[in-house]
Ligand binder design. Structure first.
Ligand code: PLP
Length: 352
């Protein structure tokens, strides 16, 4: 007997993983460095105790969606949730991508956009962003020429950190009225303007948010779509039955109660991000890119992978993105002591 044959191409891709190492400064996956307070854990425990876990979760996710609608001031019929924003993106592609359909990405950007397109048998046109990584008229022209069914815009963009102009997102939505423009706002709480107001006038815009970054709930796996009711009703058709567990739904409701606490933490994270950017600008030979997210992308004056390894030897784990942006590393704005460790290790390595 021989093993079964997988779908063509499956064995050509590697599993998507990031190192999860027990080091002094874990600055590679843009998580929030601080846990939510004791009160959050206690409230969550109470909520979990009250759950009828012998029953399937509420398939309409009613309480969570109402709480989200309230928090985002968005009609509940246009609110959706799933296991992390990655699953939201996958569901959007299941509904709007698929065989014979095409998605556009603006590169460099979040690697999962093209990967989820591939997973859902959606063709991908990878357009490149010019210097500064901003979405401009030339990029919009090229995107329109591709006649895509789906357009991914990541704002603030991972890994470059810059937010995209709202006018450019509006132009894409207007010039591609039959396409879904997905705006991935995983990092919007760190200081960028949201494209959410566009949804009311442009129902082909879908905003995707996550609880993994600003909400300090990466372990919960909760992502959100804020879109037109028609989009949400399409997502209902492609989602798996009971896709979001009662546990995640309850955690989302509790996390929303701690929203202002989480947003205060964002303030601290922003300060650390700006401290990193300021320090990098003083280091000879280092190029860094302005960021409105909770990370900074930079190109050191030496081999990036070698520097990544040396930083790791000193207990500082950053992300090697040299295959995405030549020579670049990305560092998450962590807690103050982690950023201190990073800056000290970087300075010493560059001096060595
Ligand atoms: C731009 C962007 N979108 C989405 C995600 C996925 O987040 P989630 O944890 O909600 O699946 C990430 C995670 O790093 C990201 O950087």
């Amino acid at each position: 007997m021989s093993p079964a044959t997988p779908r063509p191409g499956v064995r050509d891709v590697e599993p998507y993983t990031s190192p999860q190492l027990d080091v002094a400064a874990r600055l590679n996956t843009n998580e929030c460095p601080y846990p939510l307070p004791e009160g959050f854990a206690a409230e969550l425990a109470r909520a979990v105790r009250a759950l009828p876990l012998n029953r399937y979760p509420d398939q309409r996710m009613a309480r969570l969606r109402e709480a989200l609608a309230d928090a985002y001031d968005h009609p509940v019929a246009g609110v959706w949730a799933a296991n992390g924003s990655n699953e939201v993106l996958e569901q959007l592609l299941l509904a709007y991508g698929g065989p014979g359909r095409r998605a556009v990405t603006f590169e460099p950007t979040y690697l999962l956009h093209a990967r989820i397109a591939w997973l859902t048998h959606t063709e991908v046109a990878r357009l490149s962003l010019a210097e500064g990584f901003a979405l401009g008229e030339a990029e919009i022209e090229r995107a329109v020429a591709e006649r895509p069914d789906v357009v991914f815009v990541c704002s603030p963009n991972n890994p470059t950190g810059n937010a995209q102009p709202i006018a450019a997102i509006r132009a894409l939505a207007e010039r591609l009225p039959a396409s879904l423009v997905i705006v991935d706002e995983a990092y919007v709480e760190f200081g960028a303007e949201s494209a959410l107001p566009l949804v009311a006038t442009h129902p082909n815009v879908a905003i995707v948010r996550t609880f993994s970054k600003a909400f300090a709930c990466a372990g919960v796996r909760l992502g959100v779509a804020l879109a037109a009711p028609e989009v949400v009703s399409d997502l209902e058709r492609v989602r798996l039955p009971y896709h979001l567990s009662s546990l995640a739904q309850a955690a989302g409701v509790v996390a929303l109660n701690y929203r202002s606490h989480a947003l205060a933490i964002c303030e601290e994270v922003r300060r650390e991000r700006d401290r990193i950017a300021a320090a990098l600008s003083t280091l000879a030979g280092v190029t860094s890119f302005p960021s409105q997210a909770n990370f900074v992308l930079f190109v050191p004056p030496m081999d990036a992978t070698e520097l990544w390894r040396r930083l790791l030897d000193r207990g500082v784990l950053v992300r090697d993105l040299s295959t995405v942006v030549p020579g670049a590393l990305r560092v998450t704005a962590g807690a103050r002591h982690e950023v201190d460790l990073f800056l000290k290790a970087l300075e010493e390595e560059l001096r060595a």
